[in-house]
Design a protein around this ligand. Structure first.
Ligand code: URA
Length: 423
């Protein structure tokens, strides 16, 4: 067997075998297959696709390329979640304490942000003192004691995915459903969870721009889960506008705390996604019905148990739970409505870019974040507005803010008539 034969096979739209996929991934991880051959294979996969078996074998080969976290010394069914990436997506900061407060262990590895989408690890590091590096023993001990720990990805998890993702990024081969599905699922499986809830974002600010592709990605990941012995549930959620009011690291942690303190005042989209995902996670772990799961989630939010767990979790990882609201930037710029009317839509991608430019996100992996920078959306879709009224506030330590202001102004689309609500 050699790589040229495999490229030829995929180029002719024939399915690869488990052995062939294993060979290709093992050799590529060890630098025994060059990038130029793998690029050619990735493009053949992007064009011709993979069947469900091939995609599962690819996922398995990527899991096997590195370490697999053993969570067996944590009692109970370990459930994880993953979002395909959204603007203002602070849902992990919410569902983790919600589940932990219901006694479901959350042993979570999260990533950093790159480009317009943020990462949970960055958000947590914006809390004074919070550390995301725990040894495996500390991680397991914390979950056994507090039912919750969130750490950065450590160890040698899925090195094949790291290499492949970097190559896909520079060869125009990111947007392939089998490649995205296997990349996401390999990391989740290697992280050791028994059950995984996937939040597939759909819309302008997401990888998947329409429902058809989001559904295809969802079914592919469910099939990988079934083939590799994991319980998987998927929720497809809207990413045509940012999730919640706040975009930016400290701002998002603050919104998460406000949500847990008083969910009734939270933004409706954020509330719905949070309840949907935590209910699915609770269901996977316990097997109860939709109704019972949702009832449990509402109970822990109403009694304040989830908020207490959030504070307990921050403290356990060295963070100062009293510091969360302190917003402190050189500039606080009010962005005003350009028109009278209703807000018809807010372009998530533009808002993501506006906050990226002022340092809330990274352009390259080595960029240093400004945790205080970000955007607070005051007016949201469907609300009425008068010309000159505040629609958003930009928090920046940089003096050059014109481009960000312009992006925010352009992101807001107005309509004369009140927009029809979808549900
Ligand atoms: N997220 C991942 O982890 N991998 C992809 O390929 C795309 C999004």
């Amino acid at each position: 067997m050699n790589m040229l034969e495999l490229i030829d096979k995929k180029k002719r739209n024939n399915a690869l075998t488990e052995e062939e996929i294993h060979f290709m991934i093992t050799k590529y991880t060890k630098d025994e297959i060059p990038d130029y051959q793998m690029s050619s294979m990735l493009m053949a996969i992007l064009i011709n696709g993979m069947n469900d078996h091939e995609t599962s074998w690819l996922t398995k080969a990527m899991v096997d390329s590195g370490d697999v976290i053993d969570l067996s010394s944590i009692e109970g069914f370990k459930v994880d979640k993953h979002s395909t990436g959204g603007i203002g997506d602070k849902v992990s900061l919410l569902v983790a304490p919600i589940l932990a407060s219901l006694n479901i262990p959350v042993a979570k590895m999260s990533g950093r942000g790159l480009g317009i989408t943020g990462g949970t690890v960055d958000k947590l590091e914006s809390i004074n003192g919070f550390h995301v590096e725990l040894t495996t023993n500390e991680f397991i001990q914390q979950v056994n004691e507090h039912k919750i720990a969130i750490v950065g990805q450590s160890g040698n998890l899925t090195p094949a995915d790291k290499k492949l993702y970097a190559l896909r990024d520079v060869t125009g081969t990111v947007d392939s459903i089998p490649l995205i599905a296997s990349s996401i699922m390999s990391k989740k499986i290697a992280s050791g969870a028994n059950g995984i809830v996937l939040d597939v974002k759909c819309g302008k600010g997401a990888f998947m721009k329409d429902l058809e592709h989001a559904t295809e990605l969802a079914t592919t990941m469910i099939s990988i889960g079934e083939n590799l012995g994991r319980k998987v549930a998927v929720v497809i959620t809207d990413m045509n506008q940012p999730l919640g009011h706040n975009i930016g690291n400290k701002l998002e942690v603050a919104e998460a705390q406000e949500f847990l303190s008083n969910y009734k005042d939270s933004e409706r989209g954020l509330f719905e996604v949070t309840v949907a995902i935590s209910s699915k996670m609770y269901q996977l772990a316990t097997g109860v019905s939709d109704e019972v799961a949702e009832q449990k989630i509402m109970e822990t939010l109403s009694t304040g148990a989830a908020l207490d767990k959030f504070k307990e979790f921050i403290t356990a990882q060295g963070g100062d739970a009293t510091d969360i609201y302190q917003q402190n930037t050189k500039h606080e710029i009010v962005v005003k409505a350009l028109n009278d009317g209703y807000i018809n839509s807010i372009d998530a991608e533009m808002i993501g870019k506006a906050s990226l430019l002022i340092g809330a996100g990274r352009l390259t992996k080595t960029d240093v974040l400004d945790f205080n920078a970000g955007v607070k959306l005051i007016k949201l879709t469907g609300q009425s507005v008068k010309k000159g009224e505040t629609i958003a506030i930009l928090y920046s330590n940089k003096d050059e803010v014109e481009a960000s202001i312009q992006l925010i102004e352009d992101a807001y689309i107005y309509t004369v008539k009140e927009p029809v609500k979808n549900n």
